[in-house]
Design a binder for this molecule. Sequence first.
Ligand SMILES: NC(=O)c1ccc[n+]([C@@H]2O[C@H](COP(=O)([O-])OP(=O)(O)OC[C@H]3O[C@@H](n4cnc5c(N)ncnc54)[C@H](OP(=O)(O)O)[C@@H]3O)[C@@H](O)[C@H]2O)c1
Length: 262
Amino acid sequence: MDYSGKVVVITGASSGIGRESAVKFAKLHASVVLVSRNKDKLEQVAKELSEYRSEVLVCVCDVSQKDQVAQMSKQVLEKFGTVDILVNNAGFGIYGNFNDVKIEETESQMSTNYLGMTYCTKAFLPKMMEQKSGHIVNVASVAASFGIPAMSGYCASKFAMLGFSESLYHELKGSGVGITVVSPIMVRTGFFDNDSFDKMPKYTAALSAATVARAVVKAASSPRLEIVTPQVVRIAIWFKQTLPYLINPIVGGIFRRSKAKT
Ligand SMILES: NC(=O)c1ccc[n+]([C@@H]2O[C@H](COP(=O)([O-])OP(=O)(O)OC[C@H]3O[C@@H](n4cnc5c(N)ncnc54)[C@H](OP(=O)(O)O)[C@@H]3O)[C@@H](O)[C@H]2O)c1
């Protein structure tokens, strides 16, 4: 797909997967809108993108705040008059048993990861529908398919994201607008810098943000509902969905054993 001149809005573009996705789209000469709460970090990313033939707009916006999202989309549509790709990537996780985490922590994950995605989609979808073209890429997680112990708030937000996307996938058929979920697992980013992850069993975060960003670019023109990365994990999801009574106790046992070691 030729992304030259396409307008790509990326939330959570100040670091990790969002930042790498911005680099990939800029290298393809798309116009890139960088969205997150941290102006300094966004401007640093914008500076790095200046070496590519790409127009860059920095938008400071907390996606969990509906009014800020409305303001951000207004700014984007006023500047470019269009939007071609929306990458809903902003998100975070908190590690801890539900009984131990604050209810506000569960709420905030839902507000950013799920509601933030719906606010951005609501803000840009009308323009895509009007122009009969566009693509929404939702960065969910393999945690959208497995209820991981000590990540209930995060898993709930990502299950919600996948369910929302599946509904929209059917609604959008034939409209010219597409939607694809990218579901990665264990990526080396700032995601695990949150103090709560100190208590998490140490797994090797195997994927680079650049690998996931490649999947994001692929997703932006894909007819598929979900792209799992790495692809091999799709097999585990298939087993879990096909044989839940067999697989759930195995997965639960693996997590409990590794948790007991910490
Ligand atoms: N790392 C993994 O192992 C992994 C695995 C599966 C899925 N994911 C998903 O991948 C996405 C990107 O995460 P990452 O791994 O790249 O982590 P990251 O490096 O921590 O990046 C998270 C990004 O989200 C932004 N953000 C957080 N809350 C926000 C808010 N309320 N409004 C606007 N922006 C917000 C952050 O920017 P500011 O702080 O500047 O606002 C940052 O740019 C997340 O949705 C995450 O759930 C990650």
